[in-house]
Design a protein around this ligand. Structure first.
Ligand SMILES: Nc1ncnc2c1ncn2[C@@H]1O[C@H](COP(=O)(O)OP(=O)(O)OP(=O)(O)O)[C@@H](O)[C@H]1O
Length: 680
């Protein structure tokens, strides 16, 4: 329905307004008229739709049907005081004035003059006081001052007197009356306290989304033959109850109009992008970070701590595991290792070979414990005292020499007595794998030493495989070298997710973002201001992690550092965009925290940090290229240890994947923000 041309003295006019949330009808065919230079008291019980109506007026919520006319067409001509405080506790009063003043488009001088006026008018403490250090009443007055700061034509106050002492409430009403009658401002004020609205020029009594009456308070009391507004309201409610006895959501929905055409937003913002608003937001974020310097220090220290911890906890293969030795050739136990009375054909040793073998194991950090029998060692292993136990036959050393001399003619008995038997606790994959590897390599080393000393070819004691210089990487790679690409990339994704989600959701959940948006800020400016600071912090975090990983711990890095830094910054940008996505999607900090933690757990599992991607389920392997972060991990590995460049498919696929995911996430965030009307 087209709204007729308004009478010149009408500041606000609403016709046939309908609004529902889900199946809950909040506004039902509501009409409302507010004359210029008057105070309009919008009264009604909690939940009747007062705030929804004000939000529709400032364009934060759109009517499903009906028309709204607001004479003050621009946001800077409208002052809005929300029900919640919606102020930054870490700002001083003067900084709050500067921030909102700049969003309203005011000049510095104007802000200073109006700010001092507000401090006097509302009897506020000096501007250097932190908002968070003020009393509840003082904070509400600061909130009121912010709404008045830019001298708006239309003032919308959502319950300004709730929780305020009667003296302050009456001084607020005095100021309002002066503003309306002397300065010709139009004021719409919502309140639960029906009697205080006697001072308004017009009152609108609202119940269940309908205006029961709209007239001057004295007229209403006279018409209803009552001495108080409270009584008049009760009578009107009773009348509504009898005519509307069966009104419930279902019946309201049946008569609900077709919502194909929505009325345009009644108030507009000055321009798409404003450097002044962007800078105001940027300075506000900077001040917040500097005031919360403990948080800043934590953000910078966390990646260093993580990098140090990773290097100190992963990859070290000196486990100091205890190995039980049941060597029957050592008649006096380990003390027999000190005897040097053996004589063989070559001069290799005059000590038992089991002793030499134990020396080699000790070099690898293993600790030997002596047992007189295999049974005794087994009992200790079962009790968890030792990780493995080895047994050597009574004639072990002689049998080994015999076996070498006899070659293919060696008897079964000699083969058995020249074999070391090992029982290993296999319940811990890494410990047991490394132990078994070291047991094998140590016996090979023992035999090779023996062959060399006996003038035989060392090749005879070598398994017939020779590993030449590695194509890429080191000859003795550690698990850490494998994990670094996955760990670095997932950290760089997670850190911005954690910090950005927390910052944005907390702004959103206590109404501060909404208040700033109503003051004219738009979502692009919010994102840009946040991104500038985040990138500064992320840049430092990345540099610190790289320094610790490669300059302090000297992990292998053969490729281009520039390519690595660009890749990590792109991943951080992806993390930040994902955080924006979560903060528009989730309404509570808890939900966002669950979602971000859940994401990182999944990414950590599938991006090849704990196990190579080649070992994933074939279906997952097939789609691995489509997973976020995973191709970036492979790209990191290819750059850092294979010295590959952007012309290699593995490298460029990583960059491409991050770019595509960033685009998808940014677009999805803006679509969800549009649907949820977050940035409007
Ligand atoms: N975004 C939303 N999504 C779903 N329901 C909503 C939303 N906003 C408001 N409502 C519902 O609309 C109804 C009216 O809410 P509104 O905040 O407008 O009431 P109110 O009259 O301002 O109440 P109060 O005086 O307690 O602030 C309530 O039932 C509320 O739960």
């Amino acid at each position: 329905m087209e709204l007729k041309e308004m009478d010149g003295s009408e500041a606000v006019s609403i016709r046939n307004a309908y609004k529902k949330f889900g199946r809950h009808v909040v506004l039902k065919n509501l009409d409302m008229t507010v004359m210029e230079g008057t105070i309009y008291g919008l009264l009604g019980p909690s939940g009747c739709g007062k705030t929804t109506l004000l939000r529709c007026l400032v364009g934060r919520c759109q009517l499903d049907s009906g028309d709204i006319y607001v004479k003050a067409k621009w946001r800077r001509k409208v002052g809005f005081m929300p029900q919640e405080l919606a102020l930054y506790q870490d700002m001083t009063i003067a900084e709050a004035f500067n921030y909102f003043g700049r969003l309203f488009g005011m000049k510095w001088g104007e802000i200073e003059d109006r700010g001092s006026e507000m401090l006097k008018l509302l009897d506020l403490p000096p501007g250097c006081r932190l908002v968070g250090s003020l009393s509840g009443g003082q904070q509400r007055r600061v909130s009121f001052a912010v709404a008045l700061l830019h001298n708006p034509e239309l003032l919308l106050l959502d319950e300004p007197t709730v929780g305020v002492d009667p003296i302050l409430a009456s001084s607020i009403w005095e100021s309002l009356i002066k503003m309306a009658h002397v300065h010709h401002k139009t004021i719409i004020i919502t309140t639960h306290y029906i009697e205080e609205a006697r001072q308004a020029n017009t009152i609108g009594l609202m119940r269940r989304g309908i205006l029961l009456a709209e007239e001057p308070p004295t007229h209403l009391m006279h018409r209803m033959n009552c001495t108080s507004l409270e009584q008049a309201f009760l009578q009107l409610c009773q009348q509504q109850q009898t005519t509307d006895a069966n009104a419930d959501d279902d019946s309201s929905l049946r008569s609900y109009p077709n919502c194909s055409e929505r009325s345009p937003v009644p108030i507009r913002t000055q321009s798409g992008w404003s450097s002044q608003r962007f800078l105001a937001q940027l300075v506000k974020n900077l001040v917040w970070n500097l005031r919360n310097y403990q948080m800043l220090i934590f953000m910078l220290m966390l990646p260093i701590a993580m990098a140090f911890l990773v290097n100190e906890t992963i990859g070290n293969e000196r486990f100091h595991s205890v190995i039980g030795i049941a060597s029957l050739e050592l008649k006096n136990g380990f003390a027999s290792c000190n005897t040097r009375d053996l004589h063989f054909n070559c001069s290799f040793t005059n000590r038992p070979l089991s002793c030499l073998y134990m020396d080699l194991l000790r070099e690898k950090s293993f600790v030997m414990e002596e047992f007189s029998s295999v049974e005794e060692a087994r009992a200790a292993a079962t009790r968890g005292k030792i990780m493995a136990y080895l047994s050597f036959a009574e004639n072990y050393t002689a049998s080994v020499f015999q076996r070498i001399e006899d070659g293919s003619g060696t008897t079964e008995d000699i083969l058995d007595s020249s074999t070391m038997y090992a029982w290993v606790d296999m319940s811990n994959l890494w410990l047991s794998t490394i132990l078994r590897r070291d047991l094998i390599y140590s016996i090979l080393k023992l035999l090779q030493d023996l062959f060399v000393n006996c003038q035989a070819s060392v090749k005879l004691a070598t398994i017939p495989v020779k590993f030449e210089t590695p194509v890429f990487g080191k000859k003795d790679p550690s698990f850490l070298h494998f994990s670094i690409p996955g760990l670095m990339t997932t950290f760089c994704f997670y850190l911005p997710v954690m910090f950005t989600t927390g910052a944005l959701i907390s702004e959103k959940s206590i109404g501060r973002l909404e208040r700033s948006l109503i003051a004219g800020l738009n979502l692009v400016e919010v994102v840009a201001a946040h991104a500038v600071i985040q990138f500064m912090i992320l840049g430092i975090q990345t540099a610190l992690m790289l320094i610790v990983t490669y300059a302090v711990y000297f992990n292998p890095l053969t490729g281009s550092v520039t390519l690595l830094i660009i890749l990590l910054l792109m991943v951080e940008n992806l993390g930040m965009c994902y955080a924006f996505f979560l903060s528009v999607l989730c309404d509570s900090e808890r939900l966002a925290a669950f979602a971000s933690t859940g994401t990182i757990v999944v990414l950590f599992t599938v991006c090849g940090t704990v196990w190579p991607v080649q070992g994933m389920h074939p279906v997952l392997q097939y789609f691995a290229w489509a997973l976020p972060v995973q191709p970036a991990v492979e790209s990191y590995r290819a750059i850092s240890v294979q010295s590959r460049y952007l012309d290699h498919p593995v490298v460029y696929k990583g960059y491409l994947s991050v770019f595509i995911w960033t685009t998808i996430i940014v677009l999805s965030s803006f679509i969800i923000a549009q649907i949820k009307k977050i940035g409007k």
